[in-house]
Design a binder for this molecule. Structure first.
Ligand SMILES: [Zn+2]
Length: 229
C-alpha cells in the first residue's frame, strides 16, 4: 500500500488528524471499483493517497461523461459531510491506488467533535463548487488540445503518478469528445515531445511544455485550491 499522504488529512491540525486516522483504514482501490451509484446508500468515505476516482454523469443514450475527479487533494463522500447518506452520482476508480477509508457511521461520529475536520470539509466543498464552475466554462470554450493537456496535468497531480494507465478511447469518453479529436491532439503532443505512449500507458515527458498548451483552467483550479483551503 502507498503510505503517502492525502492533502486534506495532512493539512489538519495534529490532534484532529490523529483522531480521524484512528478511525480510518488504508485500503486498495482496484481499477473499475464502483464507489457510488445513483440512489444507493453509500457505505463509506474515501481519502485517496494515490490513483484517482472519476465522478461520472450518466446521460441517456450517451457514454458516461466525467464531471469530476478525486485524488489525493480531496475526499470522496461529500454528502456525508452535509448529513446526507446517498447521492445521485456515479463514481468509480479510474486509476488504481490506495485510500484511507472510513465507514459512514464512524465518520458521522467523528465529525461531531472534530472542529478541524468540519472546517476543512466546508472549505473543500467550496473548492469543488468553484472547480465545477471552471469546468463548465472549459467544456464550452476550450479546444480539445487545451482540455487534453489540462486533463493530463490534473490526473497526474491527483493520482500522484508520473504515468497513467489510460487509452485514448478512455480519455475521449471522459472528455465527452470523439476519439479522433483526442488522437489528433495526442499525436501533436507526441511530436512536440510532451508525452509518450507505450502499450496503454501514457507518460508525460515535458510537464512545463504541457502546462504551456493547457487552457488556464488548470492554473485556475490550482489557484482555487490554494486560496480556499
Ligand atoms: Zn479549460
Amino acid at each position: 500500500l502507498d503510505n503517502g499522504e492525502n492533502q486534506l488529512i495532512a493539512n489538519l491540525p495534529g490532534k484532529d488528524r490523529a483522531h480521524l486516522l484512528n478511525k480510518c483504514a488504508l485500503i486498495q482501490l482496484p481499477l473499475g471499483q464502483v464507489l457510488s451509484e445513483s440512489d444507493v446508500a453509500m457505505q463509506a468515505l474515501y481519502f485517496p493517497v494515490s490513483g484517482f476516482i472519476s465522478v461520472l454523469a450518466r446521460v441517456p443514450n450517451n457514454p458516461d461523461l466525467e464531471i469530476g475527479m478525486v485524488g489525493r487533494e480531496g475526499l470522496f463522500g461529500l454528502p456525508f459531510a452535509l448529513g446526507l447518506t446517498s447521492s445521485r452520482i456515479h463514481a468509480s476508480v479510474q486509476v488504481p491506488g490506495d485510500a484511507w477509508r472510513i465507514t459512514a457511521q464512524a465518520f458521522r461520529e467523528e465529525l461531531q467533535g472534530n472542529i478541524g475536520l468540519q472546517l476543512s470539509l466546508n472549505r473543500y466543498l467550496q473548492v469543488v463548487i468553484e472547480q465545477l464552475q471552471v469546468s463548465c466554462v472549459c467544456l464550452r470554450f476550450h479546444t480539445i488540445g487545451e482540455r487534453l493537456a489540462t486533463w493530463l496535468l490534473t490526473s497526474l497531480d491527483r493520482s500522484n503518478a508520473s504515468e497513467l494507465p489510460v487509452t485514448q478511447e478512455l480519455i475521449a469518453t471522459m472528455l465527452g469528445v470523439r476519439r479522433v479529436g483526442i488522437s489528433t491532439a495526442a499525436n501533436l503532443f507526441r511530436q512536440k515531445g510532451l508525452i509518450e505512449y507505450n502499450r496503454g500507458r501514457l507518460t508525460v515527458l515535458n510537464r512545463t511544455g504541457l502546462e504551456q498548451v493547457a487552457c488556464n483552467c488548470y492554473a485556475q483550479s490550482l489557484r482555487i485550491y490554494k486560496e480556499v483551503l
